[in-house]
Design a protein around this ligand. Structure first.
Ligand code: ADP
Ligand code: MG
Length: 620
C-alpha cells in the first residue's frame, strides 16, 4: 500500500505537540462542540456551563448577532429575524420547503433559498456559519488556542448539495473541515463499535424536529450505511405539542395569541423533559389576560396522549430493515441518539421491537459530537507518534471492465481509505446466467491501458431478459489498503467475491507515469471511448434484432423483412470498419426501422397471452 504523506495547510506543528481539533454536531435543534482532552472526549461548555447551543440565530436591531438561548429570547418579538431549524434549508430551493410553516421572508431566486433579514439577505449557509462561529469561539476559549480543524457531522441522507453547503458554512466560519462525518457513524464511533466486533447496528435518532434511523454495517473497521429512513416532521417538538393541546383542554382555553402559545409550548417542553425521570409534573403559567394555568400531568396521561407518536417512529424502522433486507434478529446493537430518546417510553418501544436493550449509557444528545471529536483527534494526527498527518489514499483509480473493453471507475484515485463504493450493473444478453468481473487499476479509459488486478465470475444469475438483472458490485478498501470486491445479483441474492491487494508491485515512478500518460492520452481516450460505446449500442441492437427475426419473422411481409435485413447488414459492416459516426447513424436507422416490428410482436404476445383465458380471470 502506498502511504502518501500529506501535510494539510494549517496542520504544521511541532512534533508531539497536541493539535487542537474538534468535533461539531450541527443539529437542527441543538448544536455542540467536543474535543479529546488528555485522552478522553468531552463536550465543551459555554461560560454558564451549558454544552447545548440552541441552533437559533437572531439578527438584532442593535446590529448584534445572537446565537443560542439569547436568540430564543427574542423569537417572540422578532420572529422574522430569528432563524431556527436552518438545517432544514441547507442546499434546498424555495420549492423544497414550501410545505413548512415559517415566519421568514424567503427571497425567490434560483438556486438555494435565501432569507431576507434585518442584517441583509442571508443564505442558510451564512446562518449556519454564524452557529459554527459561536462554537469555534467557544472551543478556542475553552481549549486555549487556534483549532487546526473540525469534523462536522451531517445526516446520512444528506445529498451532495447539502454536504457542500455544510462545508461552505464551515469555511465562512473560518473552520478547516477535516472531514464531514455521517451522524449515525459518529454515534457508533462514540460507543467504540468500530473497535468491537463486526456486525450490523441500528442508530435510532429522535431529535427536536426530525427522526432518522440508519442501519450501519461494520466490516473490518469500516462502517457502511446499509439503509436510512425516518420522518422529517417527527421529533420531540411533537410531544411538546401534544402536551400543549392537553393543557388547553384541561384549562378550557381556546385559541391563544402567539405569545401565550409560545409560553405554554415552553412549559410543555419542560414538563416533557421532567417526566423522563419523574412520575408526574405540575405545569403553571400566567397568561396575558391574567388567566392562570395550573395543572398536574402524570406520566400515564403523558404516555396515553403520545403513544401514536411513539409507534410512528417504528414505521420508518421497519422500512429501513426491509430496505436493507434484514430481520430484527440480524441486528447486533441499537444505539439511541437525540435528546428525545431520553423518554423512557421511547426506550421501551425500541427495546420491545428489537428484543434487546438499546445502548443508552452515553448522553444521547452528546454522542454525535463525541464521536466526531474522536475522529477529529485521529485525523489531526494526535494518535501515534507520527510527525505528519498521514492520510492513506488510493494512488490510482480502481474500476471494472464493462462492455466494449472500457473501464468504469468505481473508486477514484486519491480517495482516502478506508472507503467503500458500490455500483449497479446489468446483464447484456437475454438469459445470461454468469457475469465476468474484471478488476482494474489506472486512469485510462481502455482495459488494455490499465493494470489488471483480478478476475472472477458471478454465476447462477437466474435467466432474465437483457437489462433486467440487477448486479450490485461493491468495492471496499480497508484501512490497510486491501481491496475486496463483491458482486451480488439482487433479486436472487447470489453472490461472489474476491480479495485483491491493489497497488502491490507498483512503484511510485510507475504511478506517476500512469498519471502523466492518462493526461497525454486524454483526447485519444475520448475517441476510443466513443467508438467502444457505439459498438456496445450497436451489438445490443444487432443481437435483439436477430433474436426477434428468429422467432417472429412471420409477422413481417417480404418488403418489411428485406428492409430490416438490409439495414442490419449496413450496421454490421460499419461495425467492422470501426467508424464511430457511421455505427451511430446505422444504429439509429435500425432502431427506427424495427419500431413497427416491435409493436407487432407486442400485439402478438398480448393476444397470445389472452388466448385460452376467460374474462372472469381478469376481475381483479
Ligand atoms: P437535534 O438533533 O434535532 O438538534 P436534539 O438531539 O438536541 O435535537 O434533541 C432535542 C429534543 O430532545 C428536544 O425536543 C428536547 O425537548 C428533547 N429532550 C432533551 N432532553 C430531554 C429529556 N430529558 N426528556 C425528554 N426529551 C428531552
Ligand atoms: Mg441530532
Amino acid at each position: 500500500m502506498a502511504l502518501l504523506q500529506i501535510s494539510e495547510p494549517g496542520l504544521f506543528a511541532e512534533p508531539h505537540q497536541h493539535r487542537l481539533a474538534v468535533g461539531i454536531d450541527l443539529g437542527t435543534t441543538n448544536s455542540l462542540v467536543a474535543s479529546v482532552k488528555s485522552g478522553s472526549p468531552a463536550c465543551l461548555p459555554d461560560e454558564q456551563g451549558r454544552t447545548l447551543l440552541a441552533s437559533v440565530v437572531n439578527y438584532g436591531k442593535d446590529g448584534v448577532i445572537r446565537v443560542g438561548s439569547s436568540a430564543i429570547a427574542r423569537q417572540n418579538d422578532d420572529p422574522s429575524n430569528t432563524i431556527s431549524s436552518v438545517k432544514r434549508f441547507m442546499g434546498r430551493g424555495i420549492n423544497d420547503v414550501a410545505d413548512l410553516a415559517t415566519p421568514y421572508r424567503f427571497v425567490d431566486e434560483p438556486g438555494m433559498l435565501k432569507i431576507s433579514t434585518r442584517a441583509g439577505i442571508k443564505s442558510p449557509v451564512e446562518v449556519s456559519a454564524d452557529i459554527l462561529r459561536a462554537l469555534k469561539t467557544r472551543a478556542e476559549q475553552s481549549l486555549g488556542g487556534d483549532l487546526v480543524g473540525a469534523v462536522i457531522t451531517v445526516p446520512a441522507y444528506f445529498d451532495d448539495a447539502q454536504r457542500q453547503a455544510t462545508k461552505d458554512a464551515a469555511r465562512i466560519a473560518g473552520l478547516n473541515v477535516l472531514r464531514l462525518l455521517n451522524e449515525p457513524t459518529a454515534a457508533a464511533i462514540a460507543y467504540g463499535l468500530d473497535n468491537g466486533s463486526e456486525g450490523t447496528y441500528v442508530i435510532y435518532d429522535l431529535g427536536g424536529g426530525t427522526f432518522d434511523v440508519s442501519i450501519l454495517e461494520l466490516t473490518r473497521g469500516l462502517f457502511e450505511v446499509r439503509a436510512t429512513s425516518g420522518d422529517s416532521k417527527l421529533g420531540g417538538d411533537d410531544f411538546d405539542h401534544r402536551i400543549y393541546c392537553w393543557i388547553l383542554e384541561q384549562a378550557e382555553l381556546s385559541a391563544l395569541n402567539a405569545q401565550d402559545a409560545r409560553v405554554l409550548l415552553t412549559r410543555a417542553r419542560e414538563a416533557k423533559e421532567a417526566l423522563s425521570d419523574h412520575p408526574s409534573t405540575r405545569i403553571t403559567a400566567v397568561l396575558r389576560e391574567g388567566v392562570v394555568v395550573d395543572v398536574e400531568l402524570s406520566v400515564e396521561t403523558f404516555h396515553e396522549i403520545t403513544c401514536t407518536l411513539v409507534s410512528n417512529t417504528i414505521t420508518p424502522v421497519r422500512k429501513a430493515l426491509r430496505d436493507a433486507k434484514l430481520q430484527v434478529s440480524d441486528i447486533k446493537g441499537v444505539v439511541m441518539v437525540g435528546g428525545a430518546t431520553r423518554m423512557p417510553q421511547i426506550r421501551h418501544a425500541v427495546a420491545d421491537f428489537f428484543k434487546q436493550e438499546p445502548l443508552t449509557n452515553l448522553d444521547p444528545d452528546k454522542v454525535v459530537a463525541i464521536g466526531a471529536a474522536i475522529q477529529a483527534n485521529v485525523l489531526a494526527g494526535n494518535k501515534g507518534d507520527d510527525e505528519w498527518l498521514l492520510l492513506d489514499v488510493i494512488p490510482l483509480s480502481l474500476g471494472l471492465e464493462t462492455m466494449g473493453n472500457l473501464v468504469e471507475k468505481i473508486i477514484p484515485r486519491n480517495s482516502t481509505i478506508p472507503t467503500a463504493r458500490a455500483q449497479e450493473f446489468t446483464t447484456f444478453k437475454d438469459g445470461q446466467t454468469a457475469m465476468a468481473i474484471h478488476v482494474l487499476q489506472g486512469e485510462r479509459e481502455l482495459v488494455s491501458d490499465c493494470r489488471s488486478l483480478a478476475r472472477f465470475e458471478l454465476r447462477g444469475i437466474p435467466p432474465m431478459v437483457a437489462g433486467a438483472a440487477r448486479i450490485r458490485v461493491s468495492f471496499q478498501v480497508d484501512a490497510d489498503g486491501l481491496l475486496s470486491v463483491s458482486a451480488k445479483e439482487l433479486s436472487s441474492g447470489v453472490e461472489a467475491s474476491i480479495m485483491v491487494k491493489p497497488s502491490y508491485g507498483l512503484s511510485d515512478d510507475e504511478i506517476s507515469n500512469m498519471l502523466s500518460d492518462s493526461m497525454k492520452n486524454a483526447n485519444a481516450d475520448v475517441q476510443a471511448r466513443k467508438l467502444a460505446e457505439a459498438l456496445v449500442d450497436a451489438s445490443s441492437i444487432v443481437n435483439a434484432t436477430q433474436a426477434a427475426l428468429a422467432s417472429d419473422a412471420h409477422l413481417l411481409n417480404t418488403q418489411e423483412l428485406s428492409h430490416i435485413e438490409n439495414s442490419l447488414a449496413t450496421l454490421q459492416s460499419s461495425m467492422q470498419a470501426l467508424d464511430a459516426n457511421a455505427i451511430h447513424a446505422a444504429t439509429e436507422k435500425l432502431n427506427e426501422i424495427t419500431g413497427d416490428f416491435a409493436a407487432k410482436r407486442m400485439d402478438a404476445a398480448v393476444k397470445c397471452g389472452l388466448a385460452g383465458q376467460n374474462i372472469a380471470d381478469f376481475k381483479d
